[in-house]
Write a protein that binds this ligand. Sequence first.
Ligand code: UD1
Ligand code: UDP
Length: 358
Amino acid sequence: MQKILTIIGARPQFIKASVVSKIIQQSEGVEEIVLHTGQHFDTNMSDVFFNQLGIPKPGVQLDIHGGNHGEMTGRMLIEIERALLEKKPDRVLVYGDTNSTLAGALAAAKLHIPVAHVEAGLRSFNMQMPEEINRILTDQVSDLLFCPTTAAVTNLSNEGFNNKPAKVTQVGDVMQDAALLFAEKASRPVGGALPDNFVLATLHRAENTDSPVRLAEIVSALNEIHVKQAPVVLPLHPRTRKLIAQQGLSLDVHLIDPVGYFEMVWLLDHCDLVLTDSGGVQKEAFFFGKACVTMRDQTEWVELVEAGANELVGANTSRIINAVKRDLGRRVSDSEQLYGGGEAASRIVEELVSLGRG
Ligand code: UD1
Ligand code: UDP
C-alpha cells in the first residue's frame, strides 16, 4: 500500500485537495494522511471546507500561522519534518504556492521523500510575490510536476525541466474538477439579504493589501462602482480586514464574512461580473461563464487573458472602474477546454497509483 502524505494549510488548498482526496479514497493500493499546517485557522477559512467538501480529518494538525514569511515557513519546516519522520510516507503531495506548500516540499525533499506538486509550472515572473518564490522552489524539489495548463508546461520546459529526471505531466486544473463536482451544492449565503445583479469581488493579494497606495486606489474604485454601477458583494479576507482598518480606509460596499465553498459557488453563479485579485477566483469566473476583471499587473492564468475572458487592470482606480463598465454582464465560454474538463484529479491519482511505492 502506497502511503501519501498531503500537506495543506490555506483555503484554496482545501478546495484543490478535496477532489484528489475523493479519488484516492476510491482507489486501490493508495492511502492518504492529511497534514494541516494551521496557516488558515478561522472556522470560515478552514473547518467549513473540511465539513462541506468531505476532506479527510487531518491525521496531523499543526497550529502555525502569522509572523513573517521566514518565521512561518521555518516553523512549518521543523514540525513537518518531525511528522514525516514519524509517519514515514512514500510520497508527499503539495498544492499551489503558499508558505505551507514550500515548507512541505522542502521538508520532504531534505528527507529524500519524493514530492508531487499539483499546480506546477505556473509563473507570474514577478519575484516580489511570495507565491512566485514558493512555486519556483517547490517545482525545483519536486519529482512529479502536475501542470494545469499548456502555459505551465511551457514555463517548465523553458526552465530546463526537459533535461531533468523529474516528470512533467499536463493533467488539467483540479479547481475545474471542484467547480463541476460541487456546482449542484450551490447555496445562497445566509445572514442577510443580498442585492441582485451584483459584482462579486475578492481582495487579499499581499501586493495590493500591503501597499497603502494600491489599497487606497482599489478601495476608492470599489466604493464608486458600488454607488454608480452595480452593488459590490465582497466576502472580506481576514488579511484585508486588518489592513483596511490599519490604513483607516472606509470600504463602503456590501461586505460579508468569508463564505464556504458552496456559498462561493452560489455567488459565482449569480453575479454579473467577477472583480478579484485571487488566483483561483479568476478561473472560477470562467467556469461559471462570467467575465473577470483582475486587479493585478500579471496573472499566471495567461490563457484567460488571451481568450478575452479576463482583463488585467492593476490597482488603478480609473482602469478598474472603466473595465467594470465594459464587462458588467458579459458572458464568456470555455469552448476550448483550457483547463482539462474536470479530469485532473483522476489523472493525478492514476499516475500516483501507477508509480506504486517507487
Ligand atoms: C495566503 C497565501 C496566498 C493565498 C492565500 C489564500 C502565502 C505566502 N500566501 O495568503 O498565496 O492566496 O493564503 O487565501 O502563503 N488570518 C486570519 N485567519 C485565518 C487566516 C489568516 O486571521 O484563518 C490572518 C493571519 O493571521 C495573517 C493574515 O490573515 O495576519 C494573512 O494570512 P497568511 O496566511 O499569512 O496569508 P494570506 O494573505 O492568507
Ligand atoms: N473562496 C471561498 N470563500 C470565500 C472566498 C473564496 O470559498 O469567501 C474560494 C474561491 O471560490 C476559490 C478559493 O477560495 O476556490 C480561492 O482562494 P483565495 O482567493 O483565498 O486564494 P488564491 O486562489 O488567490 O490563492
